[in-house]
Ligand binder design. Structure first.
Ligand code: HDE
Length: 710
């Protein structure tokens, strides 16, 4: 017979033992149970029964089999086995926060929607940001569109504006959505690549779908690798309608503009962030809200009438097109502030159900065929994901205004009607009745036509706005688009797909096509893709489309990484961190050891990261505050060299004290010092350095880095 384990023997000797740091008390039968001390609640089953032992399952003899009487074990395991619900078929990975929308002024002229009637009125909101293609556990910095879904709990029911961070979409008809998403996600036989469009199926579908070309310019741009969820725009994409109390309609497009401006990362940086911190965007939103730096967006609308729509170059119902802001300037109508994280991720962020068809009186749909298809899909998907028709009973989905209806029963019904009457009309004089005056009235648009499967002629120009987007970018941004296309297509194994894509690029911009073809090593230039309509060369660039041109010119909300060693000059460190804080930015300290360093005045300064865990990709700019003695701890560290070399390669500002020069040499940049590599002389105020950080990046450095001149 095998010997009893020592731990078991010792347990039998005492009445109170500690297991996994918990005090356990022996019951009358010798069993162990929770030691309920003071007001520590006694652990119970889901049925409320007190639990005596949650560490050991019921068994026959110390080393014998488990027994089925153990209802506590059975219930605990049953519940665990059913903890997961299906992840969203798209936008599976997301992160949400609560906040409010504050209306600037009455919009009664355009809409009767209650939330827009009164100046200063605040409406609670819940926002969920997401990537599209990746699974729930995928990394935040995938090259992808970001979802930007806002649920406003208005006094007349929930309004869901389920948008993206890009104002156009891949397809013009919802019936293509399953194909698009099948092609974008992992290939069905091999189940990879995860959270990436860099594979044959995606580019095959795209290259056979010319209507996607405008969107492709956007997704290959830096918009698809945002630096922070706080630094990206949101768009309702489709044309909607505002309807006022006279039943007059105005077309409207919705745009969220981040107060802290737009910013993205470099592709090489994104790849490294995904390794260093796959939760980079989540952590950033969590940290900023928890520390009281509440992200804010302004809601702007483009308002237009039928006459504008009739005269605009493109069809306003076509979701692959924008209306340039220079042609129709947006009007700011309110602001949204996110100021509270959910108490529980699953209950709120995972279970929130956004539906485009949730609109209050005063907001209506247009005939955009993508929007109309979405209005069908979103209700359907909630049933599958949340398991029944009562998902509106979940607190995150329930309206915050009074509501009354006769829907009843179904799985997990939690709010149940009382009394006899569950229908209307009724003779009891009880229960709610519809209200023709207060109730939602669809805009009485006159529609006519032949029932058929068709695509309007007015949707046929697939290249002109793609070109307009491309020519609106700065040189650096255009380089990034070419590099992204080359990278993605380099992962495509079928040469015919690469060639077909280049044939589309020829219709957008010949130089772009030539660059990509050359970088891919295409043997010969393909012919231009057949186009239903010639590309208009006369569309003016739209400066609003460039991120770099519209940079915030402030460091506010960004993060400086300060590399310190033993002997760091405390005076300088304090001056630098004070200047950063005054800028409403944040800083983190990186040191050879996370325990910290011994500073010039012999005080101990704790670090946020050890050098291996705090690569420079996690920061917007870096400062090297070494000391002549301390530099020895870093000089032979590959991670310290990468810290500096990456910051340089990613075109970041680098501040350095003289003793850090050997590190610049190791990183190979000592001879490539430019306006972004800034000496921080002893006893000089670092405010100048901090004010230069407002430019965010030194994109002019990029070509020299690429050519390996550094
Ligand atoms: Fe979605 N989309 N979508 N989509 N979408 C979903 O709904 C769908 C489209 C967007 O954080 C699903 O609850 C169709 C455009 C966001 O919970 C599903 C079509 C835009 C989110 C669905 C589109 C979006 C979704 C999956 C083509 C930007 C995440 C889970 C007609 C304007 C919301 C869910 C969240 C989610 C269908 C196209 C944005 C299946 C059929 C265009 C932000 O219903």
């Amino acid at each position: 017979m095998a010997k009893k384990p020592a731990a078991l023997k010792s347990m039998q000797k005492t009445d109170i033992v500690t297991i996994h740091d918990q005090k356990m008390q022996r019951g009358s039968g010798g069993e162990l149970h929770q030691f309920a001390e003071g007001d520590t609640p006694v652990l119970t089953t889901a049925q409320g029964g007190p639990v005596s032992d949650d560490q050991n399952s019921l068994r026959i003899g110390a080393r014998g089999p488990l027994v089925v009487d153990d209802f506590h074990f059975r219930e605990k395991m049953f519940h665990f086995d059913h903890e997961r619900i299906p992840e969203r078929v798209v936008h599976a990975r997301g992160y949400g926060a609560h906040g409010y929308f504050e209306n600037y002024d009455s919009l009664a002229q355009y809409t009767k929607a209650d939330l827009f009637q009164r100046k200063g009125e605040k409406t609670p909101v819940f926002v969920r940001f997401s990537t599209v293609a990746g699974n729930k556990g995928s990394a935040d910095l995938a090259r992808d569109v970001r979802g930007f879904a806002v649920k406003a709990y208005t006094k007349e029911g929930n309004w869901d504006l389920v948008g993206n961070n890009i104002p156009v979409f891949f397809i013009q008809d919802a019936i293509k959505f399953p194909d698009l998403i099948h092609a974008a996600k992992q290939e069905p036989d091999r189940a990879f690549p995860q959270a990436q469009t860099a594979h044959d199926n995606f580019w095959d579908f795209i290259s056979l779908t010319p209507e996607s070309m405008n969107m492709i310019m956007w997704t290959m741009s830096d918009r698809a690798i945002p630096r922070s969820l706080r630094f990206m725009e949101g768009f309702g994409v489709h044309t909607f309608r505002f309807v006022n109390d006279k039943d007059e309609s105005t077309f409207v497009k919705f745009h969220w503009k981040p107060k802290l401006g737009l910013q993205s990362v470099a592709w090489n940086e994104a790849v490294k962030i995904n390794g260093a911190d796959p939760d980079f965007h989540r952590r950033d939103l969590w940290n900023s809200i928890q520390s009281g730096n509440f992200p804010e967006w302004e809601l702007q609308v483009q308002l237009f009438d039928q006459e504008f729509a009739d005269n605009f170059d493109f069809d306003v119902l076509d979701p692959t097109k924008i209306i340039p802001e220079e042609i129709l300037p947006p009007k700011a109508i309110g602001r949204m502030v996110l100021d509270r994280m959910p108490d529980n991720f699953f209950a709120e962020t995972e279970q929130v159900a956004f539906m485009t068809q949730n609109v209050p009186p005063g907001i209506d749909f247009s005939n955009d065929p993508l929007l109309q298809g979405r209005n069908f899909s979103y209700l359907d998907t909630q049933l599958k994901r949340l398991g029944g028709p009562n998902f509106t009973h979940l607190p995150i989905n329930a309206p915050k205004c009074p509501f009354a209806h006769f829907q009843q029963d179904g799985h997990m019904a939690m709010r149940n009607p009382v009394g006899r009457v569950n229908y209307q009309p009724n003779s009891h004089g009880e229960g709610p009745r519809e209200s023709p005056t207060q109730g939602y009235r669809h805009f009485p648009a006159e529609e006519q036509g032949t029932k058929a499967r068709l695509r309007p002629e007015s949707f046929a120009d697939h290249y002109s706005q793609a070109r307009q987007f491309y020519i609106s970018q700065t040189g650096a941004e255009q380089r990034h688009i070419a590099a992204a296309l080359t990278f993605e297509l380099s992962k495509v194994e079928m040469p015919v797909i690469r060639e077909r894509m280049v044939s589309h690029l020829l219709n957008i911009d010949e130089t772009l096509a030539a660059t990509v073809a050359q970088k891919l090593g295409l043997e010969a230039m393909p012919k231009h893709a057949d186009a239903a309509m010639p590309t208009r060369q006369d569309l003016d660039p739209s400066p609003a489309l460039s991120i770099v041109n519209n940079g915030p010119k402030r460091f506010e909300g960004r993060k400086l990484g300060i590399l310190i060693t033993d002997g760091v000059d405390v005076g300088m460190l304090k001056a630098l961190t004070d200047a950063i804080t005054a800028e409403k930015a944040v800083f983190e300290l990186i040191a050879p050891k996370v325990g910290g360093v011994k500073a010039s005045d012999a005080s101990m300064i704790k670090a946020h990261h050890m050098i291996d865990g705090g690569p420079s990709v996690l920061f917007d700019a870096v400062a090297l505050l070494t000391s002549p003695d301390g530099i020895d701890d870093l000089i032979d560290e590959a991670t310290a060299r990468d810290f500096v070399a990456d910051a340089f390669q990613h075109c970041k500002f680098i501040g350095y004290v003289e003793s850090a020069t050997p590190l610049l040499q190791k990183a190979g940049i000592a001879d490539a010092i430019d306006e972004g590599v800034i000496a921080l002389p002893q006893d000089e105020d670092p405010t100048d350095f901090v004010s230069k950080l407002a430019d965010l990046r030194v994109w002019g450095r990029e070509p020299s880095v690429k050519l390996g001149k550094a």
